[in-house]
Design a protein around this ligand. Structure first.
Ligand code: ADP
Ligand code: MG
Length: 261
């Protein structure tokens, strides 16, 4: 097993010439045609591109749901191409939080139970399960809704349950595939600012496929996909402004450190 950290360079995600070819009978579909990307830890990144451009395929290759045909994907310093099924399963369960458009909440379970489920699967002890579940529901503002079942909640609230569930195991990486696709724009914004807050507060790395132009105000970076390739990397205006702030703060801190006590 590749326990080696020899590739580690501080990036959460790095891919080199990543390719995914689907074979359909005698046809080949080139879903990813050489993706090269580098995402620093703690970044909130959007993947944009029209339907069929390869967004879902890329997310699946990085989350361990699918495996690339060629090229490499290095996640937190480890080349995942060399992982066996057991390691991939552990990665998905323990290190990745998934948020899909079809939320996949279990209708018979309450919000609390939906969030807690992954922790039960991971054999987390009862006390820790309770702490983590309660915290995650609080983080998404659903403390009072813990005992409600999904059908008793609005679309936005259900999406919050799905987010809390994705966070329950404190993943390093959050993968979201069109998470705001079915929400009205007000709810969409609430969810996006929640994502941004979570990424900042918990120092998680988040990768989100979307068509939604609302995301420009929230993400650090936009990777534009076209025909299975990244054809443009964009730093949205809002992120650029935000990135200027810490520079000023750290400049002031650096100055004050120079002042002798
Ligand atoms: P997006 O998420 O941007 O809409 P996808 O990653 O789903 O794009 O699809 C990229 C391309 O790969 C499309 O041409 C799609 O038809 C094809 N594709 C995706 N999944 C499969 C699959 N399981 N088998 C065959 N072709 C697939
Ligand atoms: Mg898709």
């Amino acid at each position: 097993m590749s326990g080696s950290n020899s590739h580690h360079n501080g990036y959460a995600i790095e891919t080199v010439d990543l390719r995914r070819i689907y074979k359909l009978g005698d046809q080949e579909v080139h879903a990813l045609r050489g993706i090269n990307l580098q995402i620093a830890s703690g970044q909130f990144v959007a993947l944009k591109g029209r339907s069929g451009s390869g967004k879902t395929t890329l997310l699946n290759c990085l989350s361990g749901l699918d495996q690339p045909t060629d090229g490499s994907a290095i996640l937190f310093g480890e080349e995942i191409g060399s992982w066996n099924e057991r390691k991939l399963t552990a990665w998905r369960r323990e290190q990745v939080g998934f948020i899909f458009q079809s939320l996949g909440l279990l209708p018979a379970l309450s919000a609390y139970e939906n969030v807690e489920l992954i922790l039960r699967m991971n054999k987390v002890r009862a006390k820790e399960r309770h702490t983590a579940t309660t915290e995650c529901l609080a983080l998404v503002g659903l403390t009072k809704w813990a005992d409600h079942r999904p059908y008793e909640m609005s679309g936005g609230q259900q999406q919050r349950v799905a987010i809390a569930r994705a966070l329950a195991n404190s993943p390093k990486l959050i993968i979201a595939d069109e998470p705001t696709g079915e929400l009205d724009s007000k709810t969409g914004r609430e969810i996006l600012s929640l994502f941004k807050r979570i990424v900042r507060e918990r120092n998680m790395t988040m990768l989100m496929a979307t068509h939604d132009s609302l995301v420009d105000d929230y993400v650090d970076q936009i990777l534009h996909l076209q025909d299975g390739q990244i054809h443009r990397i964009e730093i949205p205006e809002a992120a650029r402004l935000e990135q200027e702030q810490p520079t000023i703060v750290s400049a002031v801190e650096a100055l004050s450190e120079e002042v002798p006590a």
